[in-house]
Design a protein around this ligand. Structure first.
Ligand SMILES: C[S@@+](CC[C@H](N)C(=O)[O-])C[C@H]1O[C@@H](n2cnc3c(N)ncnc32)[C@H](O)[C@@H]1O
Length: 257
């Protein structure tokens, strides 16, 4: 087994367990959400403005999980395709498609190597999907391959700050740096999967290397009336009102590499 195959097996097994523990039960409510919101503290896309008008766009969601983001995009007039590694997550997504009468293709695949043609999408999205669980040196070029010239990449991941302040054994981020930033590109937490947490400079380099021009980095905080999320113990609402808890990047494919 290659290292990559081992990493994929670990992450698929992790997400099979998380599906049984949490995401399957949560999926119905996520699909039913009336508005497009980002991340742990429900920042409204209407206020953030990362996506722009998605009407009529071909969208690929890389690491779609239970595919609620794709469902929201479909309701906004886009044509999404969801890609995910974990059959259990895609089973939940299919059940939600039936329940909500909203159908779009779901592809079981590694987002580092997607069995879809070049130049076939206008927008690639990842909400804690490929952007956390895949090597940026591999999934970012793959997103560039899938996008048409001028297409956009929008992804939401943990902020650099929260990644440095979250305890290794679990629990919420504190107000101290618990580890060096150096070496955080690839991380395996105890009992966790393999994750990638590049620095801002590393993201800018890897995006540029694939022909993307960064448009924005939206640093997301918790709103005044937000409460601490129940399942993912990453940061309390109090912490996330003081420091950015999530980084929402937007980039445009401006060059062929
Ligand atoms: C936090 S979920 C994000 C998806 C969605 N936003 C959600 O919360 O259901 C992470 C997803 O990434 C998927 N994933 C992990 N490694 C992957 C890979 N190499 N290729 C595609 N998907 C992957 C997992 O199966 C999981 O469904």
């Amino acid at each position: 087994m290659t290292d990559r195959a081992a990493d994929v097996a670990i992450n698929r097994a992790l997400w099979t367990v998380v599906n049984a523990d949490f995401t399957d039960a949560r999926a119905h409510d996520a699909w039913a959400a009336p508005e497009f919101v980002w991340g742990l503290f429900g920042n409204h896309e209407q206020r953030v403005g990362a996506l722009g008008d998605v009407t009529g766009l071909d969208v690929v969601e890389l690491g779609c999980g239970t595919a609620y983001v794709s469902a929201w995009l479909a309701r906004l007039g886009a044509r999404p395709v969801g890609v995910d590694l974990t059959p259990a997550q895609l089973d939940t997504a299919r059940r939600c498609q039936d329940r909500f009468g909203l159908s779009f293709p779901l592809v079981e695949a590694d987002a580092e190597s997607v069995p879809l043609p070049d130049d076939s999408f206008d927008l690639a999205v990842s909400e804690y999907g490929a952007c956390v669980w895949c090597d940026p040196e591999r999934w970012v070029p793959e997103a560039a391959r899938l996008l048409r010239p001028g297409g956009r990449l929008v992804f939401l991941t943990n902020s650099v700050q929260v990644t440095l302040c979250v305890p290794e054994a679990g629990g919420h981020a504190g107000d101290r740096l618990l580890r060096p930033q150096q070496g955080m590109s690839r991380v395996q937490w105890p009992d966790g999967g393999i994750e990638y947490h590049p620095s801002h400079g590393e993201w800018i380099r890897v995006l540029g290397d694939s022909g993307f021009t960064v448009e924005a980095l939206h640093e997301l905080y918790a709103g005044e009336d937000s409460s601490t999320p129940e399942y993912y113990d990453i940061a309390t609402a109090g912490w996330a009102r003081q420091w950015p808890v999530e980084d929402l990047w937007t980039a445009r494919l401006t060059a062929a590499v």
